[in-house]
Design a protein around this ligand. Structure first.
Ligand SMILES: Nc1ncnc2c1ncn2[C@@H]1O[C@H](COP(=O)(O)OP(=O)(O)O)[C@@H](O)[C@H]1O
Ligand SMILES: N[C@@H](CCOP(=O)(O)O)C(=O)O
Length: 317
């Protein structure tokens, strides 16, 4: 029976946890912000059919699509278990823009592997799947980072542990926070946005990074909203990446003036996010960003909450 998986958008870094903190997102109006991948049936030769708002931005050759690499990666893992996997017919509904900072490649990877695993009766456990997801994400961006694939797969706010037995830890979140996200419509390559970062950081930056992350995690556990929000400042990527983004400083200034608790770059951009604890302010910031941050017809904005469910796998009727 055909199996479909939905994998939500995610914000990597969340300003203060470069490569090790990520958040899954769900628009509060119920709209779909994530890719869907189906495994339809076994066939003679691998095939992939693309649809969705951003399908036209995908490589035309199906073997250049990361979904194909997921199939190969899954097949190799199954071979380790002594199981031979035949070519399959797959479908990708590409709802997330590529190079947007919303974990677009992660969403396709996670949905593809979750659907493949579901189709074959869940032979691979979650930990193994997550490692494979990270490996495939690393293939695209140049180095392995789990801050998109982990929240996309598991839901919620995830902190990377990356021990031999566990990749990710789930952190508590504040139910009353909204996450306004706005994608400008421009494309920023994650690999390129990683290359512009320094290879080394100075002592002061390193201490600041450690202080912020430690205090933030403690504040989350104690439910101290104000302290948690005050730690959300990016000392690692934003100083170098914000020059790639039009109108970033004005967008932050407006959001903070409207009462946003924090404002930053989602992943490697150009999407920006504002954390807000008031729905009226969240809607107001969303409208302003729509008017002032979006650059073309591909852009959009949503008021979101944390997606606590992560990837959803369904057997088709
Ligand atoms: N299913 C897919 N979804 C997203 N990107 C894909 C997919 N298949 C192949 N790609 C390629 O992977 C790269 C993704 O770029 P990247 O900047 O990492 O995107 P994102 O930050 O949105 O994940 C692009 O070159 C894109 O053409
Ligand atoms: N930690 C990564 C996150 C990249 O996210 P994406 O959504 O832009 O792929 C980074 O900041 O490079």
């Amino acid at each position: 029976m055909a199996v479909t998986a939905y994998a939500p958008a995610s914000t990597g870094n969340v300003s203060l946890g470069f490569d090790i903190l990520g958040l899954a997102l769900a628009p509060i109006d119920g709209s779909l912000l994530g890719d869907r991948v189906s495994v339809v049936e076994e066939t003679q030769a691998f095939s992939l059919e693309n649809s969705g708002r951003f399908a036209h931005k995908l490589p035309e050759d199906p073997t250049q699509n990361i979904v194909y690499d997921c199939f190969l990666g899954f097949k190799a893992e199954m071979a380790e278990l002594g199981i031979d996997v035949q070519p399959v017919k797959m479908k990708l509904e590409k709802n997330l823009p590529i190079g947007s900072g919303l974990g677009s490649s992660a969403s396709s990877i996670v949905a593809a592997l979750a659907a493949l695993n579901g189709f074959y009766g869940n032979p691979l456990n979650s930990e193994l799947l997550l490692r494979l997801m990270g490996k495939l994400e690393g293939q695209i961006s140049g180095s392995i980072h789990y801050d998109n694939v982990a929240p996309c797969f598991l839901g919620g706010l995830q902190l990377m542990l990356e021990s031999e037995t566990q990749i990710s830890l789930s952190l508590p979140t504040f139910d009353d926070w909204y996450w306004v996200i706005c994608y400008s419509g421009a494309s920023v390559s994650t690999a390129a946005a990683r290359e512009i970062l320094p290879a080394q950081y100075d002592k002061a930056t390193t201490i600041e990074f450690g202080r912020q992350l430690a205090v933030f995690v403690d504040a989350l556990h104690r439910g101290d909203r104000a302290l948690a929000a005050s730690m959300m400042k990016d000392v690692v990527a934003e100083p170098y990446r914000k020059s790639l983004l039009n109108n970033f400083d004005a967008s932050r200034a407006y959001s903070l003036q409207q009462g946003a608790l924090a404002f930053g770059i989602s992943g490697s951009g150009p999407t920006v996010f504002a954390a807000v604890d008031n729905l009226n302010a969240a809607n107001d910031i969303k409208s302003w960003l729509e008017q002032n941050y979006i650059q073309n017809e591909n852009g959009f904005a949503h008021v979101c909450k944390v997606d606590t469910r992560g990837t959803q796998v369904l057997e088709d009727e």
